[in-house]
Design a protein around this ligand. Structure first.
Ligand SMILES: Cc1cc2nc3c(=O)[nH]c(=O)nc-3n(C[C@H](O)[C@H](O)[C@H](O)COP(=O)(O)OP(=O)(O)OC[C@H]3O[C@@H](n4cnc5c(N)ncnc54)[C@H](O)[C@@H]3O)c2cc1C
Length: 381
C-alpha cells in the first residue's frame, strides 16, 4: 500500500503521525512545495513580540521527520496535477503512482483587490517564509497598517504593538472579529486593543494603496489618505482548489468530502484547511487533530466518520484573552453578560432552547473546559 500525501503542514504531518501509530510498514511519501520543516502555524501571529525568528519557530526539521516517521519527504516540489484515472501525481520532474492520495494542501490568502502601485508590496503571513519576509520588511520601520480585523488581524495587531510598532487596523465591517465574536465581546476586544494605542478604522472602504517613496499611502473612498511603512493583509484565507480541479474532484468553497474525508474520487482524501465537509470550512487546528485520527483509521481499512465535538478557538491577544466556541447553527441568539474583569456570552439555539456556543473573555476564560464539555457536537449535515 502506497500512501501519498501532498502538503507538510499540520494536516499532512499529523496524519503521518496517526498513520504510523496504526501501521509501521506502509510506504508513505509526503510531497511539499515548502522545505518540509514542521512548525506551529498559529505561532506566526504571536512570535514577533517574543523575538522569534522563522528559524527558531521550526519544531522538527524535514530530515528528522523522515527519520523518526520512516517516510520520504519530497521538499520544494510543487505538484502540478493529478491523473485520477491512472492514480498518478504529476510533479515538474516526475510522475508518482499512488494507491491512496491525501490532499493536505491548505488555504491561501485572499488577494487584496485594491488599486495602486503599492498593492504588490502588501505582505500576508501564511507560512514560515512569509513570516521571515515580514520580519525583514519591519527592520528599521515604525508604522504598520493591517487590513482585516479578524482573528489573524487582531492577533498581529496586538503582537506587533508589543513589538514596538504603531499599528492601525482597517476593516470594511463595522465590528472587529465580526465573523467570530458577538457584538459586546467584539467591542470589548476593540476597546482593549484601542487602549494600547492601536487605532481601528472600521466601516472603512479602502480604494487604493499608493507608493510614496519608501512608504505606502492607504486611500479610502472618502479620499482620506494615511501613510505607513508596511502594510499587512489579513483579510482571510480560501482553500487551495487548483490540484483538486485537475483531478476532476467535486469542489465548492473547499474540496468537498464526505464524513470520512473521502473526496468524490474513492482513492483521494482531503484534510485540513483545504476541506469542506458537510458544508463547513473549519480552518483551525482542532478539526485537523480530530480529523487526522479518523482519517488514519479509514486509510487503514476501518472507515471512521469525523465527529467533531465543540471546538473552542483561543484568540491570542494578551490584551484581551478570548475563547470562542462558534455555534453549529446561526439560528438563535447571543446573551452576553459583562463580568468582573471579563465577559461571558452564551449562544442560545432557537430550536433546542439551550446553549450551543459560547464566548469567554478575561478572567472568565477559566471556564472554557467545563463549558466546552457541555456544548453539543458540531454535527455535519
Ligand atoms: C497567522 C495564523 C494564526 C493562526 N492561529 C490559529 C489559532 O490560534 N488556532 C487555530 O486553531 N488555528 C489557527 N490558525 C489556523 C491553523 O494554523 C491552520 O488551520 C492549520 O495550520 C492548517 O494546516 P494545513 O496543513 O491544512 O495547511 P498548511 O499549513 O497551509 O499546509 C499546506 C501544505 O500544502 C503544501 N502545498 C500546497 N499546494 C501544494 C502543491 N501544489 N504541491 C505541493 N505542496 C503543496 C504547502 O507547501 C504546505 O506544506 C492560524 C493560521 C494563521 C495563518
Amino acid at each position: 500500500m502506497k500512501t501519498l500525501i501532498i502538503g507538510s503542514g499540520l494536516a499532512g504531518i499529523t496524519l503521518v503521525r496517526e498513520l504510523r501509530k496504526r501501521d509501521k510498514a506502509r510506504e508513505i511519501v509526503v510531497i511539499t512545495a515548502d522545505n518540509g520543516s514542521f512548525y506551529s502555524k498559529p505561532s506566526l501571529s504571536n512570535a514577533f513580540a517574543a523575538g522569534k525568528t522563522a528559524a527558531s519557530l521550526v519544531l522538527t526539521p524535514a530530515a528528522k521527520l523522515e527519520q523518526d516517521l520512516d517516510i520520504l519527504i519530497m521538499a520544494q516540489t510543487a505538484v502540478a496535477g493529478i491523473d485520477a484515472a491512472r492514480r498518478e501525481v504529476i510533479c515538474t520532474q516526475d510522475t508518482l503512482p499512488y494507491d491512496q492520495l491525501v490532499l493536505a494542501v491548505g488555504a491561501s490568502q485572499i488577494p487584496l483587490n485594491l488599486a495602486g502601485d503599492g498593492v504588490a508590496d502588501v505582505i500576508s503571513v501564511n507560512d514560515l517564509a512569509d513570516y521571515a519576509h515580514l520580519r525583514r520588511q519591519l527592520e528599521g520601520k515604525r508604522s504598520i497598517a493591517i487590513v482585516g480585523a479578524g482573528l489573524i488581524g487582531c492577533e498581529f495587531a496586538n503582537d506587533l504593538h508589543l513589538g514596538g510598532y504603531t499599528v492601525d487596523v482597517y476593516d470594511q465591517a463595522e465590528q472587529a472579529l465580526g465573523r467570530l465574536l458577538p457584538p459586546a465581546a467584539a467591542q470589548r476586544m476593540q476597546d482593549k486593543l484601542s487602549a494600547l494605542g492601536i487605532r481601528f478604522h472600521l466601516g472603512s472602504r479602502l480604494e487604493a494603496i499608493q507608493r510614496d517613496g519608501e512608504r505606502y499611502v492607504l486611500i479610502d473612498r472618502q479620499g482620506t489618505a494615511r501613510p505607513y511603512d508596511v502594510v499587512l493583509s489579513a483579510i482571510g484565507l480560501r482553500p487551495n482548489l487548483a490540484l483538486a480541479k485537475t483531478a476532476g474532484l467535486t469542489t465548492g468553497l473547499g474540496i468537498v468530502t464526505d464524513a470520512t474525508l473521502r473526496t468524490s474520487d474513492p482513492a483521494i482524501y482531503a484534510l485540513g484547511d483545504c476541506v469542506e465537509t458537510g458544508g463547513r470550512f473549519l480552518p483551525y487546528v482542532m478539526p485537523i487533530m480530530q480529523g487526522a485520527k479518523k482519517l488514519a483509521a479509514t486509510l487503514c481499512g476501518q472507515p471512521e466518520p469525523v465527529d467533531y465535538p465543540a471546538m473552542p478557538i483561543v484568540i491570542k491577544t494578551p490584551a484581551c484573552p478570548t475563547v470562542v466556541s462558534p455555534p453549529p447553527s446561526a439560528d438563535g441568539h447571543w446573551e452576553e453578560t459583562p463580568a468582573e474583569n471579563g465577559l461571558r456570552g452564551l449562544f442560545i439555539d432557537r430550536a433546542a432552547g439551550r446553549p450551543s456556543g459560547f464566548v469567554l473573555q478575561g478572567d472568565c476564560t477559566k471556564e472554557r473546559m467545563a463549558l466546552a464539555a457541555s456544548m453539543p457536537p458540531l454535527g455535519l449535515h
